[in-house]
Design a protein around this ligand. Structure first.
Ligand code: NOJ
Length: 770
């Protein structure tokens, strides 16, 4: 076996492990999927043969049927005429089983070729049942619950007549100033890859033609998360190695998990906008990775190639995007308005056009729309199932699992003593809208159970609520009443952070401390000297060292969705022991951004001794306030008995790394066991630590479980001038409860050089628990 084929075997093994878990959710066999696909090819060729140039271009045209917060609002008589002419391939920002059935009927009954429309929407963390924001979902470190939530999102989306969601956002985000960090899985490519797979398998299952599935969209392909200075839409200028090792893995994992579509990023990499990047889209994604799905531009991004300065006219922009491999134009109208001219100017574009049309049609066929264009949308189920109690129960579990206990001095939490007087301070405690996060599809504010309402419903506690200040306003007049309530209380819940609109698209911030007068409120409350539990709500890691250093306990609760309040109360009262982990470190201040745990070592590693010249800032302590992977528990855990099943591994081989973890505490609790690796001497400097495995495991008091990670040598490969090089030599293994809390260390040796085929972080490390 060559090292190349053996690396391929490692990929297949990882994919098998991934799909084995998915089997329970699969609704059709792979054999059936293959048969359907063959049938599609002939049908699509036949259709393309019949299409006029205008009809072909129409298939590539995605039109906004409404606005994000006013779905369907733009579908008027003129739009219906366009549909009749075959000038629209897809609508976004539409919804509703009955509404979409009527719209589809126009396409399949009144247009010449009767090609069904494709309906898309942003269902980022739930359709009506809103789950925690994606950053919070990543904090679960639990792909199973993420997949379960995505499955529900798919059911609610598809019964409402929709086929496609622009999810998951798999952009790695290492700069909390970037507002879109809320939409992804944080700073780490291994965690990001697992979250990408989980969402895709939940949305699509294994076979898109199954019941209640929707087409997923891995976005924003390229290096959108690497925008300079954390400014949304700004350039990414990064090394090829970082692009391949850090930003690409979740996209590769998404492709391997079967993502039916990809969206290109708005921004450029070193001057090449991804929407016009032939090397990346047509080259890497299509040719190298063999990706056959649909590629859609981001909103108006084809036209914006003119702003980037790589095209002078819309026709040039259209030609560039088409050649790069972008099949569908989202909302820009550039293909619709100018591709005909571009093709007239340059007939060599025609084969590209046919390919793009073929991919749009293939997606429609995969979704079963040619067989039954009304397959999606079920008005009765829409009424009965969306937002159902069953769906909310899963949302509640996800919310509980997302919560991270940052600190707990003197075990202030959980609040178990009965009859306590609790001052709840901060308007976020009752902000139902913020609990939904910035993307909410059909989420309703009235569905949300806030922290305040859940605390009141809980009973056994005397609650004194004082908003004190809103997250955004400059009005400090409520602070004295908040201080009075704090003084009269046994314990204070200080609920602070951001509102839903401080993070998300175009919401980058240079100052990531508390907005408004919340810092003033927080310090006034902390000055009372009463025990304070900070309950953070936010869409990004905030820089809150001054407040968090003074607080006794702190919970990171993100925006947790419809079951936000009960989940937080469960953790506060100890019904659930928290076990969420930070998917991105909390910085000490914005000036240290971007910062990430998997940094390179430097010739002069950061040294606490300021008299030494080292890789650090002089005015702030080294590292984040709370690191990647951090999260405390109401239990405690002992790690031991590390064993590797071999000391030497062939480049096409794998090592099994086993350890015991024991709950040494008094309550049942989840623990997240994390595997990190390091290649200490290599051709190029390697990160000081890289996550290569994790598992969230429930342990009763006194219970011990043996955890085994199966790590392939190919998962240590480094990007070397276009290839994945596996180097012979010693590899360090670290097992910990966070990236900064390593409990066990070991090592093995890769016996010889070799080559991998895949980004190492994209590969799943199978884990067994016995
Ligand atoms: C722009 C955003 O960048 C993208 O993530 C989203 O899917 C589209 N708008 C559609 O709303």
């Amino acid at each position: 076996m060559t090292s190349r084929t053996s690396a391929r075997h490692a990929v297949n093994a990882a994919r098998r492990a991934l799909l084995a878990g998915a089997a329970a959710l699969a609704l059709a066999s792979p054999t059936r999927a293959r048969a359907v696909r063959t049938d599609h090819a002939a049908r699509i060729r036949h259709l393309i043969g019949q299409m006029t140039l205008d009809e072909k271009i129409g298939q590539l045209n995605q039109v906004p049927g409404g606005r994000q917060k006013a779905l369907n609002s733009k579908i008027d008589a003129a739009q219906l005429d366009l549909v009749r002419k075959g000038a629209v391939g897809s609508y976004l920002h539409v919804a509703g089983a009955d509404f979409l059935r009527d719209l589809q009927r126009v396409a399949v009954e009144e247009s010449r070729l009767k090609i069904p429309l494709l309906f898309g929407i942003d269902v980022i963390h739930g359709f009506r049942t809103i789950f925690p924001v994606p950053l919070g979902m990543a904090a679960t470190f639990d792909p199973e619950i993420v997949r379960a939530c995505s499955r529900i999102a798919a059911i609610e989306t598809s019964v409402s007549g929709l086929h496609w969601t622009f999810t998951p956002m798999v952009d790695i985000a290492r700069d909390p100033r970037w507002g879109r960090i809320v939409e992804g899985a944080g700073e780490d490519p291994y965690l990001g890859s697992r979250m990408a797979e989980a969402q895709i398998l939940g949305l699509q299952t294994e076979d898109l033609s199954g019941k209640d599935t929707v087409l997923a969209c891995a976005k924003h392909f390229g290096a959108y998360g690497a925008a300079s200075g954390g400014r949304d839409y700004d350039s990414a200028d990064l090394s090829d190695r970082t692009l391949q090792e850090v930003y690409m893995p979740p996209f590769r994992a998404a492709a391997l998990a079967g993502a039916g579509s990809f969206m290109t990023a708005f921004n450029d990499i070193a001057g090449v906008p991804t929407t016009a990047n032939q090397a990346l889209v047509r080259g890497q994604l299509r040719e190298h990775w063999g990706y056959e799905g649909l590629v859609v531009s981001d909103w108006n991004a084809i036209l914006e190639l003119i702003n980037h300065g790589v095209a002078e006219t819309p026709a040039q922009a259209a030609a560039l995007a088409l050649k790069a491999g972008v099949d569908m134009d989202m909302a820009g109208g550039v293909y619709a308005g100018h591709l005909k001219q571009a093709v007239a100017d340059d007939p060599s574009l025609l084969p590209y056009l046919d390919q793009a049309v073929g991919r749009v049609l293939a997606v429609k066929a995969r979704l079963g729309l040619f067989d039954d264009p009304f397959r999606f949308g079920d008005a009765a189920r829409e009424k009965a199932e969306i937002g159902s109690a069953t769906h909310r129960a899963v949302a509640a579990e996800a919310a509980r699992k997302s919560i991270v206990l940052l600190k707990n001095t003197g075990n202030l939490l959980p609040l178990t003593a009965p009859g306590r007087r609790v001052a709840v301070i901060g308007a976020l405690a009752d902000d139902a809208s913020s609990a939904l996060g910035s993307w909410r599809a059909r989420g309703q504010v009235g569905d949300v159970r806030t922290l305040l309402s859940a605390l009141k419903a809980q009973g056994g506690l005397t609650i004194d609520y004082q908003p004190g200040a809103t997250p955004r306003g400059e009005d400090a007049s409520g602070i004295p009443a908040a201080v009075a309530a704090a003084r009269a209380a046994d314990v204070i819940l200080l609920v602070i952070g951001e509102d839903y609109d401080h993070s998300a698209e175009a919401r980058s911030r240079s100052d990531i401390t508390l907005p408004g007068v919340q810092a003033q409120l927080a310090h006034a409350v902390l000055d009372t000297g009463k025990p304070v539990v900070v309950v953070l709500m936010n869409g990004r890691p905030l820089a809150l060292a001054e407040v968090l250093d003074r607080a006794d306990a702190a919970l990171e609760t993100w925006f947790l969705g419809v079951e936000s309040g009960p989940a937080i109360v469960d953790v506060l009262t100890g019904r659930t022991s928290p076990a969420g982990r930070l998917p991105a470190g909390l910085p000490r201040n914005a000036g240290t951004s971007p910062g990430f745990y998997a940094h390179l070592p430097s010739g002069r590693p950061a040294d606490p001794d300021l008299s030494k010249d080292s890789a650090r800032y002089h005015d702030v302590a080294i590292g984040p306030l709370f690191p990647f992977g951090h999260g405390l528990s109401y239990a405690s855990f002992a790690y031991g008995d590390l064993a590797l099943d071999r000391s030497t591994v062939a480049p096409d081989g794998a090592v099994t790394i086993s350890l015991n973890v024991t709950n040494t505490g008094k309550v049942a609790a989840d623990e997240v066991v994390q595997l990190y690796v390091r290649d200490p001497v290599a051709l190029v400097a390697r990160p000081v630590k890289e996550l290569r495995g994790f598992v969230r495991v429930l342990l009763k008091p006194g219970e011990t479980r043996r955890i085994s990670f199966r790590l392939a040598a190919a998962q240590l490969a480094l990007w070397d001038a276009g290839r994945w090089r596996i180097q012979a030599g010693r590899i360090e293994v670290m097992i910990g409860a966070s990236s900064d809390d390593i409990r066990l260390r070991g090592a093995f040796t890769i016996a010889a050089d070799g080559w991998g085929t895949e980004p190492p972080a994209a590969l799943l490390t199978p884990v067994s628990v016995s």
